[in-house]
Design a protein around this ligand. Structure first.
Ligand SMILES: CC(C)(COP(=O)(O)OP(=O)(O)OC[C@H]1O[C@@H](n2cnc3c(N)ncnc32)[C@H](O)[C@@H]1OP(=O)(O)O)[C@@H](O)C(=O)NCCC(=O)NCCS
Length: 204
């Protein structure tokens, strides 16, 4: 297995597999409900950005899992709006016909502003998934280590990690790595999330 940075020149199949893994590993999540086409575009844009950094674990061309981090989520959203906003809206239009879905999009868009005053670190893990048939084999550990090394290289001393209340495998993973529970929050109304902080060591 090899962990490598995904970039704008990565093969289209890489972004497609990231979307597929996202939908499989976080099937109940709001972003999964927006469909594979939207997610494929999202990961293509995130991988091509200066503001975000995505790493994939691959074996013989098969993506086993991926992790995405950012120094400033607000600037990632702004960059996404500039790069892919129109395409995203066109892709999403048929899926945005319910008030609940529109509310969820708005909650997602407003998230960076809402977290600004909570006193926790700004850099964060935007997403982290391993194929279900590959979990528990160290793939996540290798991805997490690579991302922490990238954060350390960029001078980050501490990050935040937001997990859904039901994402128990992720909570156990982060707790095993030494992340500290900081608070409960609701990114989406009525859906509880747990926020952790994690110290990045220089030799990450
Ligand atoms: C969180 C996740 C990415 C971890 O990836 P992984 O490849 O399974 O992780 P690893 O095999 O490297 O596990 C490392 C440690 O995490 C802990 N861990 C991982 N999954 C666990 C689980 N289901 N239950 C308990 N502990 C778990 C263990 O301590 C493990 O160490 P060990 O193997 O020495 O016991 C993966 O479980 C996943 O994709 N979950 C679903 C998606 C998700 O919730 N993402 C979080 C978004 S923030």
């Amino acid at each position: 297995m090899e962990v490598a940075r995904a970039g704008k020149d990565s093969a289209a199949l890489v972004f497609h597999q990231m979307a597929e893994i996202h939908r499989e590993a976080i099937s109940e999540g709001f972003l999964s409900s927006l469909g594979e086409r939207f997610l494929t575009g999202l990961y293509r844009h995130l991988s091509g950005m200066e503001e975000a950094f995505a790493f994939v674990a691959e074996e013989e061309g098969r993506v086993l899992g991926f992790i995405v981090g950012a120094l400033d989520t607000g600037s990632v959203y702004r960059s996404y709006a500039r790069m892919g906003g129109l395409t995203a809206i066109l892709n999403l239009a048929p899926k945005l016909l319910s008030p609940r879905r529109i509310a969820r999009v708005m909650e997602t868009v407003l998230y960076p502003g809402r977290k600004r005053d909570d006193g926790l670190p700004e850099p964060e893990i935007l997403n982290f998934c391993v194929r279900s048939d590959q979990q528990g084999k160290g793939v996540g550990g290798a991805l997490f280590h690579t991302l922490c090394t990238e954060f350390a290289r960029r001078g980050v001393g501490e990050i935040r990690i937001v997990t859904g209340e039901g994402q128990v495998s992720a909570q156990r993973f982060y707790e095993a790595k030494g992340a500290v529970f900081a608070m409960k929050t609701e990114v989406h109304h009525g859906t509880a999330s747990r926020v952790y902080t994690y110290q990045i060591t220089r030799d990450a």
